[in-house]
Design a binder for this molecule. Sequence first.
Ligand code: DON
Length: 572
Amino acid sequence: MIKSFILKYITLIIIIFLWQGCRQQATVGEPYAIQKVARSSQAMVVTAHPLATEIGVEILERGGNAVDAAVAVQFALAVVYPIAGNIGGGGFMLIRDTSGETSALDFREKAPMAAYRDLYLDSMGQVVEGMSITGHLSVGVPGAVDGMWKAHQRYGRLPWNELLAPAVALASEGILLTSQEAAELNAEREVIRTVNAGPVPFIQDIPWRTGDRLVQTELGATLQRIADAGRDEFYLGETARLLVRESERGGGILTMDDLAAYEAHWREPLIGRFHGMEVISMPPPSSGGVALLQLLKATEHYLIDRDAGTCVQTVHLMTELERRVYADRAKYLGDPDFVDVPMQILLDSQYIIDRLRGIRLDTVTPSSEIQAGLIPGYESDQTTHFSILDADGMAVSTTTTLNLAYGSKVVVEGAGFFLNNEMDDFSIKPGVPNYFGLIGYAANAIEPGKRMLSSMTPTIVVDHEKPRLIVGSPGGSKIITTVYQIILQTLVFGQDLPDAVAMPRYHHQWRPDTLFVENGRVHPDTLEQLRHMGHRVVERTPIGRVDAIWIDDNGSVTGAADPRGDDSAKGH
Ligand code: DON
């Protein structure tokens, strides 16, 4: 008994040591001061941009709660972080209020009513390259404005227009571009130019440089209209008309009826237990919560009950679990308003144990040998996350997206904002990978008015009735494994949150049968050992971008902003 305890303890230390060894230093952007780690005894805001973080803190200082701050941050990000922040996209917001009640707000985009299963296939049944990714046909009905409105209606303390005012000011006066933002805009310049008919503020004659001012006059006016008249302005008013005119101009299929019919939904959050704590996450139409809970439940059979082994063995084990969970995702998950997602079975302990059979600790199971689990009777890289805690203990975890960088690249003429390309998150043809390499089948086929399956995983971990961790990430298919990794590193391996956030990440999604690791960040010996076990290891650009908050037993709060971007944390 004592021997096994000591063995586990030593194993844990080895794992922490090896994971630490993989770490590298952050790069920091300018022209705004960026704080990667912030400490506070009360409240915290962590977002992808220092100006948005600042606005969140200001709202808290003025007496707003975490939801007020989240609404203000969402609108601010639409201005200061146009690559993913949005009013033309959608997302999910997870809220835990001061009484411990939790709610999950789904403001995911929907397929327009004129969309149909084979929308992106040619007459031969082949996928038309790029059609679901770039331009007007790739756009889903945006959900962000109704989402913010519903969150504010239920929880808000400060007046709606006060929450939009900072974003209006930043859009009209302009923001200074960080080096990362300048580079990202330059990288997409040609596509943005091609997709849009007239001039847009996001391109200028010469390439952007760090510190250049980006002024978004039309967006400022749009936000002012929404501030004055509320969500109806976006779905029924002037903005709706501009949006539909833009869609028609570019051969899109969005109509006034689509916008008028849009509703964000309150859903039951998914709650599971891990390591003695409560893990609260997003239900479908995100696959994030289901997949994360499957991964965590499966993990308990190894890291808790059995010897975890070395760093390589831990990565190997995580990979083996991930391939099985993503195989289930591909088959069973979709919009619960359209398909029957077998949630109870997917999260059933016996089902999960059955799925672990066949895992070997010394070698891989090729993905070709793995299928989704058998369920009787069943037929069938740019997003952004922010985490907020207010002084009363209300926690908000929000992931929001246009899907890819600047979404469809379409800017609504006269209204100044980017439209999403979320339609690519549907399975546009059975078994054909989407941008993120994810495949799907009937459960995630296109249907009019249906929400496309997501991987966004805003999560709150609660320990003894108190929030412990607020976490989430962008990264498409890699979101789930990123959140999984942060939870393991903090809750199981006992790492400090900032260390966990900075660590190199690993990812496997069943298909392709590839273990992705962050470029140049993992020791060659580790890669060699993984390859030796049979993993097809591929190094790639950064995986995930985590903005998270950790709350200690004594109530001290740590905000950790991901070193991979301009992300910034600030306490209050
Ligand atoms: O909802 C999803 O799963 C994707 N549209 C998220 C896209 C994303 O994270 C891109 N970021 N790097």
